[in-house]
Design a protein around this ligand. Structure first.
Ligand code: SF4
Ligand code: SF4
Length: 195
């Protein structure tokens, strides 16, 4: 597939990520909420991700790291998957720190995924088939909004729609591809997908 097409979709994704960060910042600011001083770290939750464009962008961010760091990251991702699979086999919660989290910091912060950018504040999604899904945010945010009827909420709908539109645009040029359902560790091990 033409690299110019991928680059154009990446530029669109960067603009969308900027919009997500701004919207998140606005809601967090209105709530006087931040992650500062939090003893928890949400990077140990087992999320899966569904788009080729975010996968490509993440791997391109990782490729900016030194060869040593990249090799360390692949090894950490393999260990992560072994740990997660072991926990699942025992019937325990598959909680394990993301391989990209080092000392509480994201090593690929500028390239982190959509869910990493939006988790925390109260949010909602208008479902395509009707109805609305609402999320209260993380436990610290839920404490802030507890007992309040009226508080700022991040509407994820237009952000998700734009992400889906970018993905459609990318795949319309690439042709049919299997659906993505991968953790960050799996994406790191596989490397950039070929389109
Ligand atoms: S999103 Fe909430 S729980 Fe997660 S690190 Fe920030 S304050 Fe803590
Ligand atoms: S990619 Fe970064 S922000 Fe997202 S879970 Fe991993 S360490 Fe956390």
């Amino acid at each position: 597939m033409e690299s110019a097409k991928i680059d154009a979709c990446i530029e669109r994704l960067e603009r969308l990520y900027q919009r997500m960060d701004e919207e998140y910042g606005r809601v967090a600011g209105d709530l006087e909420f931040s992650c500062k001083g939090c003893d928890d770290n949400c990077c140990d939750s087992p999320f899966v991700h569904h788009t080729y464009i975010e996968w490509i962008y993440l791997i391109r961010g990782i490729r900016k790291m030194s060869a040593d760091n990249q090799a360390r990251l692949v090894a950490a991702s393999r260990e992560y998957l072994t740990r997660i699979n072991l926990l699942r086999a025992k019937g325990d919660d598959p909680v394990s720190m993301c391989p990209l989290n080092e000392g509480g910091q994201c090593m690929a912060y500028e390239h982190r995924m959509m869910i990493c950018r939006l988790h925390g504040v109260p949010s909602c999604i208008n479902m395509p088939a009707g109805g609305k899904k609402e999320f209260g945010g993380c436990f610290r945010c839920q404490e802030i909004i507890s007992g309040k009827n009226d508080f700022p909420v991040l509407d994820r709908t237009p952000l998700l729609s734009e992400l889906a539109a970018i993905e459609r645009d990318l795949l319309s040029a690439a042709g049919p591809k299997p659906r993505v359902k991968l953790s960050i560790a799996e994406m790191i091990i596989k490397g950039e997908p070929e389109l």
